[in-house]
Design a protein around this ligand. Structure first.
Ligand code: SF4
Length: 328
């Protein structure tokens, strides 16, 4: 059955390169394509340095894309943007950052941090209205109105992340990019923040791009998951499909590293241990970028970059083991 859900975000052949010296270019994101549907949580996973955060930052235009298209609600936002278009984009698309310590201005009171978006977009007309919004947002994220006049250093990591979430919600966005929003938090606090994000999604109909390196957590919260490796998309499928039938050897290796709760299964299950480190994105391997660590690498893998294609409804992969039926 063809996919009928509405696409909120379309990323087409997106590239983001950084010039690191006269001769060297870091290909952080190198030709990736995927869509995010309205109301879903799309998990983007991979090891550190795979390009997932750069993807998020390029979509929201903290970085200019090198090449490719990004469409938001059908409108192209990938090219050169005017200041007005950029401002308009920030009304609909917000980001929650990994490090709640670094992402909040230490010299600003919480009320001003949260109200920044309201001020920029002139969404309130009086101080009273502004404070009403701030109080409501604080309560929405599980803080209280007394917190409005304090500074970020007076809060715990989990509370600061809640402030970051309130700030993102202030302009009532449709789409939130959450860049490893819980990885800097204590394990005991992580579930609370994830639950809050899920609650907000239900109540406000938000769409999330959830960036993380922890596959087990991403499964819990995502409708669909994309797996990145060294600037490329390796595989994409619904959470259940990806976890039950992973096709790409990299996905299989990542999944095999997740511990299983049942001690009997845990003792006997097979683990795929990847050899070596992730190669440098400045000089990535030819053909398939995963080939230097892939237990199934063949001759063709060094010569031809595998095509990104849909092997069955909604399940995409880039691997020569699954080339069958592909128009080469
Ligand atoms: Fe492994 Fe080749 Fe598939 Fe790459 S294309 S993941 S090297 S089998």
């Amino acid at each position: 059955m063809a996919e009928t859900r509405e696409k909120l975000l379309q990323v087409k052949n997106l590239k983001k390169y950084f010039k690191v010296s006269r001769k060297e270019t870091l290909k952080a994101v190198d030709n990736i394509t995927f869509d995010v549907y309205k109301g879903e949580t799309f998990g983007l996973v991979g090891e550190s340095g795979c390009g997932k955060s750069t993807t998020g930052r390029t979509i929201i235009r903290l970085y200019e894309p090198t090449e490719g298209k990004v469409l938001f609600d059908g409108e192209e936002i990938g090219g050169k943007l005017s200041a007005k278009a950029r401002k308009n984009l920030s009304r609909h698309m917000q980001m929650i950052f990994q490090d709640p310590y670094a992402s909040l201005n230490p010299r600003m009171m919480v009320k001003d941090i949260i109200a920044e978006g309201l001020d920029i977009h002139h969404l309130v007309t009086s101080n009273e209205e502004r404070m009403d919004h701030v109080y409501h947002l604080l309560e929405t994220v599980g803080l209280n109105r007394e917190h409005a006049n304090r500074y970020p250093h007076e809060f715990s990591g989990g509370q600061r992340q809640r402030i970051g979430i309130a700030r993102a919600l202030a302009v009532d966005p449709d789409f939130i990019i959450a860049d490893e929003p819980i990885s800097a938090l204590d394990v005991s606090i992580q579930a609370q923040v994830v639950n809050l994000l899920q609650e907000l999604q239900e109540k406000r109909g938000l769409t999330f791009l959830f960036i993380a390196h922890d596959l087990s957590m991403v499964k819990h919260i995502s409708n669909r998951v994309g797996v990145m490796y060294l600037g490329n998309m390796a595989e994409l499928a619904s959470s259940d499909e990806l976890y039950d039938h992973p096709l790409h050897p990299y996905t299989q290796a990542l999944l095999s590293a997740i511990p299983v709760a049942d001690p009997k299964i845990e003792r006997t299950r097979e683990r795929i241990i990847l050899q070596g480190d992730v190669p440098s994105p400045i000089d990535p391997p030819s053909g398939c970028r995963f080939r230097t660590r892939c237990p199934f690498a063949m001759d063709i893998c060094a010569q031809v970059r595998p095509k990104w294609h849909e092997v069955k409804e909604g399940h995409w992969v880039a691997c020569h083991l699954h080339d069958e039926g592909l128009n080469k």
